[in-house]
Design a protein around this ligand. Structure first.
Ligand code: HEM
Length: 415
């Protein structure tokens, strides 16, 4: 029996067709463990070897990878939704109703797209916090942090532009509020709003612009920006970790990313010698890929459960003459809307601008690069405290805006 199994396996894996697909033999030695990564276009995003620390789940929490996975789910479900959605002010709402009521599994598809989108905003924000608290943006990763800021803005932009597409009251008024916040900018504010809406009010012009941005422009830019982000992770010496001295060198690894462990690759026929396998690295194939598969299964299961039990909201069809009271922006802008209530210029223009500029310059202010790769380093107490206070403040404002604001933006209890 065993010999028959072996013969079949050998027949299957030694023929020309199999070999044209897979350039490596059984993954039972280091050379093949390396080749399985380098000879696969998707797996090749990873280096052959990664630092032990970086594959610990407790270090990255898998948040960057999960954000990427959610984006892939969004593209997949988004393409299917686009087969049925009609970007016309007269027909959009009905097409969403049809997706929910007529298309097979349409409601599931819509729920999944909606919850994955919220999930991605949350995981990207948490990923940014992880990078901050482990000081992973210090030299040589400053530029990749800046790329990350771009990714954050793109994520918010994708979510915001998608918000309008169902063309219901919630969508219509959230976008009316959101875009009017942009108009508070001096001189160019009104122009930005006009450009976004393709007119003075949210109408057909706005719908088609948001549709094109949401389905074509922003996802394409996102794919390019992600490619740059992943490429930089490789060039910056792999995922960060506590500073180490190499066996033969006294210099810290992160000062010489191009020589760092994570970047080593094995070309077919190259012998891997003991000196070329530093002790603090492990093979991606056996140590990282199974964890990524597990995370994928957990995320898909959680998303499916949420999708089955919670429906994406759909209110009455958009109506410019019936203003809901209060009209609220999407949740991630509610902190700013709360501040707009006190000062339109501060909440709508100054603070968002300060946040973006502050995030971009942040890594360049850290001249000492203290304790990269260490969670909540005691040497970074002040930075961590300031960042935590700002994050908590924004979070508190979002909670107030979501649950404690009622008619005419007056304070009320959520129950
Ligand atoms: C679409 C959004 C994003 C995706 C898909 C993404 C993906 C990833 C992945 C897969 C990693 C490898 C380590 C990990 O999983 O944590 C990573 C690392 C990194 N990301 Fe992101 N990221 C995104 C947004 C951001 C944002 C918003 C920032 C900061 C503003 C950022 C800054 C960084 C930095 C500096 C690293 C290197 C960190 C290290 O080496 O430990 N990323 N990103």
């Amino acid at each position: 029996m065993e010999s028959m199994r072996r013969t079949i396996k050998s027949l299957l894996t030694t023929n020309r067709v199999w070999k044209s697909f897979f350039r490596h033999g059984r993954v039972s030695n280091d050379l093949n463990r390396a080749l399985v990564i380098t000879s696969n276009v998707v797996l090749h995003l990873h280096p052959v070897k990664v630092r032990k620390d970086s594959v610990r789940f407790g270090y990255t929490l898998g948040l960057g990878g999960i954000s990427c996975l959610l984006f892939i789910i969004l593209v997949f479900t988004g393409v299917l939704l686009a087969f049925y959605y009609v970007p016309s002010a007269a027909l959009a709402y009905q097409s969403i109703k049809d997706i929910e009521m007529v298309v097979s599994y349409g409601r599931i598809l819509r729920n999944m797209h909606r919850w994955a989108a919220h999930g991605m905003v949350i995981t990207v924000l948490l990923h940014m916090c992880r990078v901050f608290y482990t000081n992973s943006y210090s030299k040589p990763r400053e530029f990749n942090w800046v790329v990350g800021v771009g990714l954050l803005l793109l994520t918010l932009g994708l979510s915001f532009t998608g918000y309008l597409l169902p063309w219901d009251q919630l969508a219509f008024w959230a976008i009316t509020v959101g875009t009017s916040m942009a108009s508070y900018a001096p001189v160019i504010g009104e122009k930005i709003r006009y450009f976004l809406l393709g007119g003075n009010i949210v109408g057909q012009g706005a719908l088609i612009r948001f549709y094109v941005l949401h389905c074509f422009v922003l996802p394409s830019v996102m794919v390019l920006a992600m490619a740059l982000h992943f490429w930089r992770i490789r060039k910056d010496g792999g995922i960060s970790g506590p500073e180490l001295a190499t066996a033969n060198e006294s210099e810290s690894i992160s000062a010489f990313p191009e020589r760092s462990y994570g970047l080593m690759e094995v070309v077919e026929g190259t012998e891997i010698t003991a000196e070329r396998i530093p002790e603090n690295t492990v093979f991606t194939w056996t140590h990282l890929i199974p964890k990524e598969l597990l995370a994928t299964i957990v995320v898909l299961t959680a998303l499916n459960l949420i999708t089955v039990f919670f429906n994406a909201p759909l209110e009455e069809m958009a109506n410019a003459t019936v203003t809901p009271n209060p009209a609220k922006a999407p949740w991630y802008f509610l902190g700013l809307q709360e501040l707009v209530h006190y000062s339109a210029f501060f909440g709508g223009v100054l603070l968002p601008a300060l946040i973006v500029v502050g995030l971009v310059v942040l890594p360049y202010t850290d001249v000492r690069g203290t304790d990269p790769g260490v969670w909540f380093s005691p040497k970074r107490k002040t930075q961590n405290a300031i960042f935590s206070i700002l994050v908590l403040l924004m979070f508190a404002l979002i909670i107030v805006g979501t649950f404690f604001r009622g008619q005419n933006w007056k304070m009320q209890w959520p129950w």
